[in-house]
Ligand binder design. Structure first.
Ligand code: ZN
Ligand code: ZN
Length: 173
């Protein structure tokens, strides 16, 4: 049997290294779980990168659940991310057509005011216009749905996992 003091001495004599990259760089070497000895330490960055790829945030050796915070990125950084220009271009097209329909509403109202236009003609004009507007609205909604979906999957992929270690709690780090 070894006393806690003896374990501590033994641990301090052993060289600490990261159990993921095996590097001995002591910067941000943390103890995130109940593992002891040479397996106790891991770089915060290494562990966070590892957790980015797995679905369960727990130690594969001792089974302890890691304490993590998830930092998600904002809608603004989604809109200005690299390669977002394609979506902007698309949005430009949609806005252009929305503008055209909006400006034609004025024309439509003028036509409907014309006294000599018969009731039947007024009905046809209204019908054609509503059809075009509904068509546009449906596409705009589908577009919006696609953007929302792409935003939520991007948010999930880019979320940064921040591990809280035992040392953070004790105020050592
Ligand atoms: Zn490492
Ligand atoms: Zn462990």
């Amino acid at each position: 049997m070894t006393t806690p003091q003896e374990t501590e001495i033994k641990e301090s004599l052993e060289e600490k290294f990261c159990r993921i990259c095996h590097d001995t760089d002591p910067y941000e070497l943390i103890r995130p779980c109940d593992c002891t000895g040479t397996l106790a330490y891991v770089h915060r960055e290494c562990l966070q990168k590892w957790l980015q790829q797995v679905s369960e945030y727990k130690c594969e050796i001792c089974g302890k659940q890691y304490r993590c915070k998830k930092k998600t990125r904002s809608l603004l950084s989604f809109l200005f991310r690299r390669g977002a220009w394609r979506e902007w271009l698309h949005l430009g097209y949609v806005t252009f057509f929305a503008n055209r329909i909006w400006s034609q509403t004025g024309v439509l109202l003028q036509i409907l005011k014309l006294k000599q236009l018969r009731f039947k003609e007024k009905c046809i004009t209204c019908f054609v216009y509503s059809f075009v507007a509904a068509h546009y609205l449906a596409f705009a909604l589908l577009d919006m749905r696609a953007v929302c979906k792409s935003f939520s999957s991007w948010r999930r992929k880019t979320a940064k996992i921040v591990v809280i270690s035992n040392d953070d709690e004790e105020g050592k780090v």
